[in-house]
Design a protein around this ligand. Structure first.
Ligand SMILES: Nc1ncnc2c1ncn2[C@@H]1O[C@H](COP(=O)(O)OP(=O)(O)OP(=O)(O)O)[C@@H](O)[C@H]1O
Ligand SMILES: [Mg+2]
Length: 264
C-alpha cells in the first residue's frame, strides 16, 4: 500500500537544525503574540520554554509545529522553509517529523489505550495488525504494557499523558513538542512524565517542552525565556555554549516510577 502523504522535496544538508526561526512574529488582529523570535534548535537538544501566561509560548510552539503560520519571518523545520510548502506537503512534514503532547491529553472517550495509540498511524498506509503491534511496543516503552485495554476513564492522569506520549512518538518523529505536559498532573505523575521525556531525549529525540514549573525547567539543559512575545533570555548562546550548567535534580529520580511501571 502507498503512504497517504506525498513525497517531500529534498531538504539541504544533513547536519541541519531541526528548528530554525528567523525574525518570526505572529499577530492576531491587534494582539502581537510573538515579536521577532530568532531561535535555532539542533538535533538532539532538550529545552524548556518558560515565561508568564500570555507571553507567547504556545504561539511559538504552534509555529514550530507548523500548526500555525507566522505573520512575518522565516520558519525552517528539518531544513524545509515552511513558506515553500503546500498545505499537503506541510501535513506530510508534520506527520513524518513532529510529535505533539498537550496539557489536556486529547484521548477519545471510550477508546482503549492500544487503539488510541494505533490510530496515530491510521493514515500511514500500514496494515491494522502492524499498527497495533507498534502501538503495543510504544505503550510498553512508556511503562504501560499492563494497561493496553484500559479506556481513558480507567487511567490516572499520568497514565493518560503517557498514552498521549506513546501516540506522539509512535512513528519515531525526530522532534517532540510538549505544551505544559505536566500542567494537569500532580507532582509525582509530572516527574514520571518528565523522566520519560528525558529518556526519549537520551534515545535521540529532540524535545521542546513548555513549562510553568521552574524546578522542571531547571532539570533541562537549555532554557528559553519569553516575555511579552520576545525571547528575553536563552541559556545557550548562538555559538552553542551554555550560560549555566545543566542540573538533573532529584525531581526526576527514577524511584518516582513504581517497579512494575519501569520504562523499558
Ligand atoms: N487565536 C488567537 N486570537 C487572538 N489572540 C490570541 C490567540 N492565540 C493567542 N492569543 C494571544 O496571544 C498572546 C500569547 O498567547 P499564548 O497562548 O502564546 O501564551 P502562553 O505563553 O502560551 O500563555 P499560557 O502560559 O497562559 O498558556 C496572549 O495574549 C493571547 O491572548
Ligand atoms: Mg500556552
Amino acid at each position: 500500500m502507498t503512504p497517504a502523504t506525498p513525497e517531500l522535496p529534498a531538504a539541504p544538508a544533513t547536519d541541519r537544525p531541526v528548528v530554525e526561526l528567523t525574525g518570526v512574529s505572529k499577530a492576531y488582529q491587534d494582539v502581537v503574540a510573538l515579536r521577532g523570535a530568532d531561535l535555532v534548535i539542533r538535533r538532539g537538544e532538550l529545552l524548556a520554554i518558560v515565561g508568564p501566561s500570555g507571553s507567547g509560548k504556545s504561539t511559538m510552539l504552534n509555529i514550530m509545529g507548523t500548526l500555525d503560520r507566522p505573520s512575518a519571518g522565516r520558519v525552517r523545520i528539518d531544513g524545509h522553509d515552511v513558506a515553500d510548502l503546500t498545505d499537503r506537503e506541510l501535513s506530510a512534514l508534520r506527520a513524518e517529523t513532529i510529535g505533539f503532547v498537550f496539557q489536556q491529553f486529547h484521548l477519545a472517550f471510550g477508546v482503549p489505550a492500544l487503539d488510541s495509540v494505533a490510530d496515530g498511524l491510521l493514515y500511514s498506509g500500514r496494515p491494522r495488525g502492524e499498527r497495533r503491534r507498534l502501538a503495543e511496543r510504544a505503550l510498553r516503552r512508556v511503562g504501560l504494557g499492563h494497561r493496553l485495554y484500559h479506556e481513558p476513564h480507567q487511567l490516572s492522569g499520568g497514565e493518560k499523558q503517557r498514552v498521549a506520549i506513546a501516540r506522539a512518538v509512535l512513528g519515531d518523529p525526530p522532534l517532540l513538542l510538549a505544551d505544559e505536559p505536566t500542567g494537569a498532573l500532580d507532582s509525582r505523575s509530572g516527574a514520571v512524565v518528565i523522566e520519560l521525556l528525558h529518556e526519549l531525549h537520551e534515545a535521540g529525540t529532540t524535545v521542546v517542552v513548555i513549562t510553568h514549573d521552574r524546578d522542571i525547567a531547571a532539570t533541562l539543559p537549555r532554557e528559553v525565556r519569553l516575555k511579552d512575545g520576545r525571547i528575553e533570555h536563552d541559556s545557550v548562546a548562538a555559538d552553542g555554549s551554555a550560560s549555566f550548567p545543566a542540573s538533573r535534580s532529584a525531581l526526576v529520580a527514577r524511584d518516582a516510577l513504581a517497579p512494575q511501571e519501569a520504562v523499558q
